[in-house]
Unconditional design. Structure first.
Length: 569
């Protein structure tokens, strides 16, 4: 936008030569010597005059060659067939205050006419244009399929008289590439209009896409309008839409060509991702690599500013009841507002806060709070993480990981765990306990696997453990006096002094839990003190996911945790 407006503003005779090569020179010459004089002068002189005028405005390497000249049909004026070359743009950059380099060429036919004191220049069809090694502010731009300059609804490109000028032209490009920013625009139309002291630019892009794989956003259709009155700032507004109507963005900004500064506000309407829909891939394939099968509501805004120092971006994202899977980790009920100090690359400053209804890392954790940041290195930096579990709290040591490929250990510290609620989760008939537990649960993340490695929960004081099922499992049945019968007898009312539980294994696979108890049963051998060591193994994580009503969370979250929302195929 800054380059467009730089080209577009300014004095009529001087700036016109910069926008449409050679046109002003021909028009001014006609106004001086008249149509008949130009016919007698011949193509060579007309081309030389146009070349001289362009070079005088700063295009020191410019050249205009008039290859044909005749009276236009209907005696509408003089038809000039020409080829124009801007020469090296960097040679004119300082004089024109345009940060450009490369070369532009324009060719075709113009019809130049006079009506009283007004000179009109109309294109005979669209004028082919090409760009070679074009750069703007050091950024390369390509027009691989060329471009054309066309009249607007068959109106003159230019209407000129000594005290006024009106311009209306369209630049059409099938494709426009900005390789360093990864931008590709297709079917670009830029309409430029000037009347009196008013200027207007309308830009439409049928498909604006990012060529990165995976792309940060799906292709969008963009429409922009910029209006200026006098020497005031340009007022910009527009829309960007895509993803079948799911993405609807409003654009609003200003540009001050005198100061060379401007800014754009980008506001997205709420995006609602259905639980069984395509997830984040519908709007951002890149975001889908971080969170799969996403559902919930998203909306946000962004600010883009430009100056002599370059582009600066920032933004804010709001999430509500977001759910999905980040590799082996399942999340649900995520809500909060996140600030971004940069959009490209995305950077989230430390201290951003999210509330999390569920975080499942092999053990389902609920009612969580997360304080985090996300750096330019693509790593998530978590300073604080807390959750509710089994009547107590879990908090994690600060950690870092790459969300796309999580790898590392997250150490969870447990405090105030209610033994009774913990065993309610296991839901083994006849098993109950009392007392408080504390300890650590190291969670090892490695690609698609989550492993509990050396988890330990220990009692904070004495308590009870009772196992007295109505129908004992066949493996624990035994004749009176047998070891299994004695074990069941001791556990019917065991008063422990210490209780230690160990948990190891892979989430979603085999986990093993060990119980070490020291204490006595008052009714078992007159309360003789004993030490018991028990080992349980199996897919305990599936057991732990049962009886989750104690969390009082919505049925949809419980279904997600237990997997009952997955229908058989």
């Amino acid at each position: 936008m800054p380059v467009l407006t730089d080209i577009w503003e300014g004095n009529a005779g001087l700036r016109l030569g910069r926008a449409i090569a050679g046109t002003a020179a021909v028009a001014v010459t006609l106004g001086v010597v008249g149509l008949g004089g130009i016919i007698l002068a011949g193509p060579a002189l007309v081309g030389a005059t146009a070349t001289e005028v362009l070079r005088g405005t700063g295009f020191t390497g410019a050249a205009v060659i008039v290859t044909g000249m005749r009276v236009a049909e209907g005696w509408r004026g003089l038809r000039l067939e020409f080829a124009g070359d801007s020469g090296p743009l960097e040679a004119a950059a300082k004089a024109l205050d345009l940060p450009m380099s490369g070369r532009l060429t324009l060719s075709g036919a113009l019809v130049v006419g006079m009506d009283g004191g007004v000179v009109t220049v109309t294109s005979a069809g669209c004028l082919p244009a090409k760009a070679e090694r074009l750069t703007v502010s050091g950024q390369p731009f390509n027009l691989p399929e060329g471009a054309t300059v066309c009249s607007v609804q068959d109106a003159p490109l230019l209407r000129w008289r000594p005290d006024a000028m009106a311009v209306a032209a369209e630049l059409r490009a099938p494709r426009f590439d900005a390789p360093e920013t990864g931008l590709r625009a297709e079917q670009v139309v830029i309409r430029l209009e000037r009347e009196g002291n008013g200027r207007r630019a309308d830009i439409s892009v049928a498909r604006a896409a990012n060529t990165a794989k995976p792309a940060p956003i799906v292709p969008l259709a963009v429409a922009l309008r910029a209006v200026q009155t006098g020497e005031g700032p340009w007022i910009i507004d527009g829309t960007a839409k895509g993803a079948g109507g799911l993405l609807d963005v409003a654009l609003d900004g200003t540009y001050d060509q005198t100061a060379g500064t401007g800014g754009m506000q980008v506001v997205a309407k709420p995006i609602r991702l259905a639980p069984n829909g395509p997830g984040l891939a519908a709007i951002s394939p890149l975001a889908e690599t971080f969170l799969q099968k996403a559902s919930g509501t998203l909306h946000g805004k962004a600010t883009v500013g430009w100056s002599a120092k370059g582009l600066a971006t920032s933004g804010q994202a709001v999430v509500k009841e977001l759910a999905g899977a980040a590799g082996p980790v399942t999340v649900a009920g995520v809500s909060g507002t996140i600030a971004l100090s940069s959009l490209s690359p995305p950077v989230v400053p430390d201290g951003q806060k999210l509330s999390i209804g569920l975080l499942d890392v092999g053990i389902p954790l609920t009612d969580g709070t997360l304080l985090f940041g996300y750096g330019r290195d693509g790593r998530l930096d978590v300073d604080r993480a807390e959750w509710r579990w089994a009547g107590g709290r879990l908090h994690a040591d600060p950690f870092e990981l790459a969300p796309a490929k999580p790898k590392g250990t997250v150490t969870l510290h447990a405090d105030g765990i209610d033994a009774a609620k913990l065993l309610e989760l296991i839901a083994i008939d006849g098993l109950e306990a009392s007392g408080k537990l504390a300890g650590t649960l190291p969670v090892v993340l490695a690609g698609e696997t989550v492993t509990l490695n050396g988890g330990v929960l220990e009692s904070a004081g004495p308590g009870t453990l009772r196992y007295d099922p109505a129908q004992p499992p066949s493996g624990l049945k035994g004749e009176e006096g047998s070891p299994t019968a004695m074990l069941l007898g001791a556990l019917t009312d065991f008063h422990y002094d210490t209780l230690r539980i160990t948990i190891d294994g892979q989430a979603g696979g085999e986990l093993s839990a060990g119980f070490s108890l020291r204490g006595a049963n008052p009714s078992f051998y007159d309360g003789y003190p004993v030490a018991l060591n028990l080992k349980l193994s199996g897919a305990l994580d599936r057991i732990l996911r049962q009886n989750l009503d104690v969390y009082r969370i919505p049925d949809t979250l419980r279904d997600r945790m237990t997997g009952s929302d997955q229908k058989d195929h």
